[in-house]
Design a binder for this molecule. Structure first.
Ligand code: SF4
Ligand code: SF4
Length: 404
C-alpha cells in the first residue's frame, strides 16, 4: 500500500519528501552539535553544611525554588546552613536529584521543531498525491510516516533525552518563575512561546506529532483493539471545563491565593512526563501515568483533554493557527463521515464552523474519508469556499451532490 502511494506521488512531491527528511536530519544534527557537554552534576557535591543560597546558585534555581523542593516555606532564611533548618542529607539529595531531573536539554527543542516541520510538510505537500483520484482516497495520508514520528518522539524525546523540556512543563514554569521559583521569567516565557508558535504554525502539531506523552497516548489509541468502545466520544464541553477549571485551581494555589502556601504546584503530582525519567517521587504521579495510559485504550488522549495545561493553552492558540483542517462548505453534504473518523469532536466543530471547536491534533484521520473531496489540510490564507458567506443551503448542497 505504501509503495502504491509512493508511486503515485508527483516528482514535485517526491522532492518535498526528500527535502523534508533531509531538513529533519539537518536540524537534528545541528541540535546535537550545539548541545553543550553536561557538567558533572553529581548531587553529592552538596551537603547540609551549605546554605540554600550556595546550593541554589549552583543548580540555577532561586533560593525560593530550592526551599520549595525541600518542603520549606518560601520565606525560609536562605543564608543559614541546611542542618540548622532541620534538613537531613537524604532530603537534600532527593531535592537536588529532582531539580537536576528538570534540567532541559537544548537538543529537544531542535527535535520538536524538526518533527513539527516534517508533519507540516506531510500534511500540506505530500500526504495526498497530486491529481489524485477521489476513488483512491484510502491511499492518501498513509499512517506509517505518522507512526514513525510518534515512535521517534516517544523513544528519543522521551526515554532517551528525559522529561525536560516538554510543553506541559514549559507552561507551568512560566507561572512558577512568577512566584520566584526560577530566576528568569523571560527565559521561561520564551520557552512557552516556542511551543505556542509550533502549535500555531501547524494546528496543535507540537501536541499531535512531537509531544512524547501525547505520542504515547496516540500510539496506544491507534492499536486496533476495543474499536467499538472507541466510538463513544467524551463530550468536549465536559473535558474542557475540567481541564480549564484545573488550570485555574492550580494557579490559585501556586500564587497562594488559596491554601496560603505560595509555590505549591498541583501539577507536580499529576506530571506523567516523569515516566520518561522513571522517576515517580509521589504515588499520584504513578497513578496519573497508569490511569492515562489505560484510558488511552478507550478514549483519545485522556491526559491531554482532562489535565494538561498546554493542551488548554494550545486549544486557545488554535484560533490563530496558520494551517489546519479546512472544510469546503460548497462541497460538504454533511454526510458525517469525517465526524465519525475523527477521534474527538474537532471534525464536527469544523463542519459546523464552530469558533470554539474541540482540539484538533492534526492526526489526519479525517483527510482521506470524504467522498466529496471537501476536506483539505492547508493554509488559512488560501482562498477556498469555506467562508460562511459562500455557504449553500443544505437542501441545495444535497441536490448538487446527487447530481454529481
Ligand atoms: S496536550 Fe497532550 S500532547 Fe499536548 S503537551 Fe499536553 S500531554 Fe503533550
Ligand atoms: S480527525 Fe479530527 S483531530 Fe484528526 S485531523 Fe481530523 S479534525 Fe483533527
Amino acid at each position: 500500500m505504501v509503495y502504491t502511494y509512493l508511486a503515485k506521488l508527483s516528482p514535485r512531491q517526491k522532492i518535498w519528501l526528500i527535502v523534508s527528511v533531509a531538513a529533519v536530519l539537518l536540524i537534528s544534527a545541528l541540535g546535537i552539535l550545539r548541545e553543550p557537554g553536561r557538567p558533572d552534576e553529581a548531587g553529592n557535591q552538596f551537603t547540609i553544611s551549605m546554605s540554600i543560597q550556595e546550593i541554589a546558585a549552583k543548580l540555577d534555581v532561586t533560593g525560593k525554588g530550592l526551599a520549595r523542593e525541600l518542603a520549606l516555606s518560601l520565606e525560609t532564611p536562605k543564608k543559614k546552613p541546611l542542618s540548622e533548618l532541620g534538613i537531613s542529607q537524604e532530603q537534600l539529595d532527593h531535592a537536588v536529584e529532582h531539580v537536576l531531573s528538570h534540567r532541559s536539554t537544548g537538543l529537544k527543542y531542535y527535535l520538536f521543531a524538526a518533527i513539527v516541520l516534517f508533519g507540516l510538510v506531510y500534511l500540506t505537500r505530500f500526504g495526498r498525491p497530486d491529481n489524485a483520484n477521489i476513488s483512491e482516497r484510502k491511499l492518501w495520508y498513509p499512517r506509517i510516516p505518522y507512526i514513525i514520528c510518534l515512535l521517534a518522539t516517544v523513544l528519543v524525546c522521551g526515554f532517551v533525552l528525559g522529561k525536560s523540556p516538554n510543553p506541559m512543563e514549559g507552561t507551568v514554569k512560566v507561572f512558577k518563575s512568577m512566584v520566584g521559583l526560577y530566576p528568569s521569567v523571560i527565559e521561561k516565557l520564551l520557552a512557552l512561546i516556542f511551543f505556542v508558535v509550533l502549535a500555531v504554525i501547524g494546528n496543535k502539531l507540537i501536541c499531535g506529532w512531537a509531544c512524547p506523552f501525547g505520542a504515547l497516548q496516540e500510539l496506544i489509541y491507534s492499536l486496533p483493539i476495543l474499536r467499538k468502545m472507541k466510538q463513544w466520544k467524551t463530550p468536549f464541553w465536559l473535558t474542557n471545563t475540567i481541564r480549564g477549571g484545573l488550570f485555574c485551581v492550580v494557579l490559585l494555589f501556586l500564587f497562594g491565593i488559596v491554601g496560603g502556601r505560595k509555590g505549591f504546584v498541583i501539577y507536580h503530582y499529576l506530571n506523567p512526563f516523569n515516566l520518561f525519567n522513571l522517576d515517580f517521587d509521589h504515588w499520584l504521579i504513578l497513578v496519573t501515568v497508569v490511569v492515562s495510559l489505560t484510558l488511552a485504550f478507550l478514549t483519545y488522549r485522556p491526559f491531554c483533554h482532562l489535565i494538561c495545561p498546554f493542551g488548554f493553552v494550545s486549544w486557545i492558540a488554535e484560533r490563530i493557527s496558520l494551517t489546519r483542517v479546512k472544510i469546503d462548505h460548497e462541497k460538504c453534504t454533511d454526510c458525517g463521515l469525517c465526524i465519525k473518523a475523527c477521534p474527538t469532536q474537532a471534525a464536527k466543530g469544523r463542519v459546523l464552523d464552530k469558533l470554539f471547536a474541540a482540539d484538533c491534533f492534526s492526526c489526519a484521520r479525517c483527510l482521506n474519508v470524504c467522498p466529496q473531496d471537501a476536506i483539505r489540510y492547508g493554509s488559512v490564507f488560501s482562498k477556498t469556499s469555506c467562508d460562511k458567506s459562500q455557504k449553500q443551503p443544505a437542501s441545495e448542497k444535497g441536490s448538487a451532490s446527487n447530481n454529481q
